[in-house]
Structures are given as structure tokens and as C-alpha cells.
Design a protein around this ligand. Structure first.
Ligand code: NI
Length: 166
């Protein structure tokens, strides 16, 4: 396994719409292992394939958020099929280093995807896992958490980030 390079804004790959995975081949198996290793080393709660430069529909989420198996979650072609309620909590992203802000998300989600064996898996959850699933599936649509901040917070982010990068 190897550690991958994490792309940060404004890398255009973060804005790409990820392609569905139709064939879980050795490349995908290897990619998911490398993404897990990369996520652990970077102390991230999750990682989407866009973030390592490959716009395919694959996300990994840290085991600490998995209520069932206590194993790292690998989800292929994930979709949020139901949402309920609303919750405001702080988020960060490995592709937006050093920035944390409160983001409104659905409180509960039902997410569906396939595992590495091509078997359908579902997570009906709240809290941090529900938030991570929304954050990571957004990545696959080219959406970052800073895109869904309130207009005021978004303006403050742009100001802060442009200053940092110049
Ligand atoms: Ni992220």
C-alpha cells in the first residue's frame, strides 16, 4: 500500500463529477486500500477519490464512525436516498487545510452503495457518520463543504483563504 497525494483547493480535480464504478477490479481494490492508508496518515475522518486525483465514485470513512463493524467503510457508487431533519456542526476537509466551520446538514440520512464485493450496503444513521456520508458524497459531485456555507461565512472564507495563499 502507498500513501497518495491529497489534492487541495483550487485543484480542478476537486470540481470534477466522479464517474460510477461498474467493475470492481484490482485497480479499485488497490485504490481503496491506498485511500484508507492516506486518510489515516492525514488524520481524516473520510476521503473521496477526487481528493487523490481520481474522479471515480469511491469513498472511504474512518472506522471510528462505523457503528456496526468497527472497520473502515469503503463505499462504491454511494447515494443519499433519504434525509431527515437538520443539524449544525463543525466540519473540516483534507482538501481545505486549516479551515473549520459550522455547516448545516441533514440530521439523519439513509445512504446506499456497494462494498468491495459488489454487495449493496446501507447506512441509516445520524450524527458524525451521517455528516461524513453527506460530505463525502458531495465530493463526488465536485462540491466542497465551503460551497454550502451561509453567504456571509462563504465571503469570510474567501477572504481568509485568498490571504493565506498570497
Ligand atoms: Ni472533504
Amino acid at each position: 500500500m502507498s500513501v497518495l497525494d491529497i489534492k487541495v483547493i483550487p485543484d480542478p480535480v476537486l470540481r470534477k463529477i466522479a464517474q460510477p464504478i461498474n467493475n470492481i477490479n484490482d485497480g479499485i481494490v488497490k485504490l481503496s486500500g491506498n485511500m484508507i492508508e492516506t486518510m489515516i496518515l492525514a488524520h481524516g475522518a473520510g476521503l473521496a477519490a477526487n481528493q487523490v486525483g481520481l474522479p471515480v465514485q469511491l469513498v472511504v470513512i474512518d472506522a471510528s464512525l462505523n457503528p456496526r463493524e468497527k472497520e473502515h467503510i469503503i463505499l462504491i457508487n454511494p447515494v443519499i436516498v433519504e434525509t431527515d431533519g437538520e443539524e449544525n456542526a463543525e466540519e473540516g476537509c483534507l482538501s481545505v487545510p486549516g479551515y473549520y466551520e459550522y455547516v448545516k446538514r441533514a440530521k439523519r440520512v439513509l445512504a446506499r452503495g456497494t462494498d468491495m464485493n459488489g454487495k449493496t450496503i446501507e447506512f441509516d444513521c445520524e450524527g458524525q457518520l451521517a455528516r461524513a456520508l453527506q460530505h463525502e458524497t458531495d465530493h463526488l459531485k465536485g462540491v466542497l463543504f465551503v460551497d454550502i456555507l451561509s453567504p456571509l461565512k462563504k465571503a469570510l472564507f474567501k477572504k481568509k483563504y485568498s490571504r493565506k495563499n498570497t
